[in-house]
Design a protein around this ligand. Structure first.
Ligand code: F6R
Length: 614
């Protein structure tokens, strides 16, 4: 949520900032801006909307960048104040000498703003960020040291902030600050970089320093000094990053979303090969000893948001079914506001693709404070969330660029299934033969996923047939209730259709009133399910109310072909594993639906991939 970049060095500043921001655009696209510091002063360029608009502004200015050796940039996901040019970052001090970009939320900005206005500072935006600029400026006028001014000012801020700050009088440095919002420093030769996330640094450097909370970095061309908020120097380790340019390009696909959907069989194949060496042997995870993990665990709780929360709901079914241990799930944003029975007998699992979701991090911090063991499942083992974990399971699904989660979802489901099986193996309360047969079936998943992808033309046709509808219902029972939720979430977030999911058995208790010939229903069910017949009865009830029915199923129920208006058939898989396969058609359906409406599939309105504010 909001992306920050900074550069100090002798190369083309403007280009470096823009290419860095391009790779961070998944974090927000309400506005974009850069500030450049040259001999004459600080120039700020800002534009509403996507980065392209900023690039046009810069073209128009015909910038001469050769005297510029320092700059900062920002892409915004609006929190305080609308998406306007006035609210776009960077924000300048009243004397035009101090400039900064910010990711996060300043909770006490109103009080600070009132105080600063009473002291004669002028505000030109509705943002919380502008209070930080004037605050640092006020302190600078007392200390004449940017570092001292920053340290004094941040002590007065409440909330979350990652900041990049420049002052015209101190052109040898950029100051980067981190508290509860991610920030990294990229290390180059006679040049250094600052960024919210690694993709901004791809192709520029492979060496980074992770800033931790309550740390700041004085970033100069030839050195980086990291300090705590008291100003004490810290020794920070350098790390190597492993993201290649190819990982963040479309490679011939029309959208990142389609590329990422199509990557799934390969990712899952790699994951299974890594964790199931021989089906007869226990599942293994590097760095996690299952006996140690499960020792003393009487209860499992899972916290997550959005798509990751849907994966958690499926995991609840799998874990309870395979281990007999009670599992609760909780939207991370609700966790800290509820009484929990979390204690040292609890295993708290946090699931987060980005590893930066503020709500999930906050929930895990509280669970840890209550004595729980913390296990994190993330696609970004380099992210903030792992700092609170006792155990980490990385997904290795590769960078997910499209805002809508796809490959990370099936990677999460696969990891959660492997974890549930490993727990069952460790508990030894289930027949070995049953575990073995689930593993063997799991190993068939990549090839079955390939089969689904090879029938995507039919899914496309089906999506295009229904793209005139403004409302949609997804129905399912049992473990696939969360598949229906995920299907509705995918459709609504990229096509802006009012798509909702219902537990099929609940239809007759109210939602059935919505049904008529303008309400298509996508019903998700497996033939080998306990609720197969019941699900068909629920579909009958809907049909009797003239609803259009699409079946997403793994059974070729010939005699039902006339009953359903359309059918999407996937290969056979047990009900327990079916969500892993049903995930692909629901993603493809949403993708082709939105694409046929010419919508911005990869960057849907109002969303950001990494939600770093609570
Ligand atoms: C939906 C989507 C979001 C995320 C949610 C959690 O397609 O991407 O709902 O799943 O914001 O994000 P992570 O998993 O990064 O914590």
């Amino acid at each position: 949520m909001c992306g920050i970049v900074g550069y100090i060095g002798n190369n083309a500043v403007e280009e470096i900032l823009l290419s860095g921001l391009k790779n961070l655009e998944y974090r927000g696209y309400d506005s974009a801006g850069i500030a450049l510091n040259d001999n004459q002063g600080i120039d700020v360029f800002r534009a509403k909307g996507k980065l392209n608009n900023l690039a046009e502004v810069l073209n128009f200015k015909h910038l001469e960048t050769k005297h510029i050796s320092q700059g900062i940039g920002h892409i915004r996901w609006a929190t305080h104040g609308k998406a306007t040019i006035e609210n776009a970052h960077p924000h300048l001090s009243n004397d035009g000498k101090l400039v900064l970009v910010h990711n996060g939320i300043i909770e006490n900005y109103k009080e600070l703003k009132d105080e600063l206005i009473s002291q004669g500072f002028h505000f030109f935006s509705q943002t919380d960020t502008e209070a930080i600029v004037h605050l640092i400026d006020r302190e600078y006028k007392k200390t004449f040291s940017l570092e001292q001014a920053v340290i004094k000012a941040i002590a007065m801020l409440k909330g979350a902030f990652a900041l990049c700050i420049m002052h015209h009088n101190e052109p040898d440095k950029i100051i980067a600050v981190r508290k509860n919002a991610p920030l990294i420093i990229g290390l180059g030769k006679n040049e250094n970089f600052i960024a919210s996330d690694i993709p901004a640094l791809v192709g520029k450097t492979q060496k980074i320093i992770h800033l931790d909370d309550n740390e700041l970095a004085i970033v100069k061309k030839d050195k980086v000094i990291v300090k705590n908020f008291k100003g004490e120097v810290l020794n920070k380790a350098e790390e190597n990053i492993q993201i290649a340019q190819d990982d963040i390009t479309k490679q011939g696909y029309k959208h990142f979303m389609l590329k990422e959907i199509c990557e799934q069989p390969q990712i899952i194949h790699k994951m299974l090969a890594e964790h199931i060496e021989m089906p007869e042997q226990p599942i293994h995870f590097d760095n996690i000893n299952m006996t140690d993990l499960m020792e003393g665990v009487e209860k499992i709780e899972i916290v997550a948001c959005g798509t990751s929360l849907n994966a958690a709901q499926i995991a609840q079914y799998m874990m309870e079914d395979l281990t007999g241990i009670s599992v609760t799930i909780e939207p991370a944003s609700e966790y800290i506001y509820k009484r929990h029975l979390t204690n040292n007998k609890t295993l708290s699992i946090g699931i987060s693709q980005s590893g930066e979701t503020a709500d999930t991090i906050t929930a895990l911090k509280q669970a840890k404070a209550n004595g729980a063991k913390i296990l994190v499942i993330t696609n970004r083992p380099d992210s903030s969330i792992v700092r609170y974990a006792h155990y980490v399971l990385p997904l290795n699904a590769g960078i997910e660029v499209s805002v809508a989660a796809t490959k990370s979802y099936t990677a999460q489901l696969t990891m959660l299934c492997l974890l549930s099986l490993a727990m069952a193996e460790n508990k030894q309360n289930m027949e070995r033969q049953k575990i073995l047969s689930i593993k063997q079936e799991l190993l068939t998943l990549p090839i079955k996923m390939e089969e689904v992808l090879s029938s995507q033309r039919e899914i496309k046709k089906c999506a295009e047939k229904y793209n005139k509808y403004k409302n949609f219902i997804y129905l399912a029972r049992g473990i696939n209730i969360a598949t229906a939720q995920e299907g509705a979430l995918k459709l609504k977030e990229i096509s802006y259709i009012n798509a909702n999911s219902y537990v099929a058995g609940e239809l007759k208790h109210g939602p059935i009133a919505l049904l008529d010939s303008n309400m298509p229903i996508l019903a998700i069910f497996s033939q080998n399910s306990k609720t197969y017949e019941k699900m068909l009865s629920n579909c009958e009830e809907a049909k009797a109310r003239q609803a259009h029915l699409i079946a997403l199923t793994n059974s070729s129920i010939e005699n039902r072909k006339g009953f359903f208006d359309d059918m999407i058939i996937v290969p056979e898989l047990s009900e327990l594993l079916s969500p892993l396969l049903f995930a692909l058609p629901i993603q493809l359906f949403a993708y082709y639906f939105a694409d046929s409406l010419n919508l911005d599939v990869d960057q849907p309105r109002n969303l950001a991939k990494s939600v770093t504010v609570e």
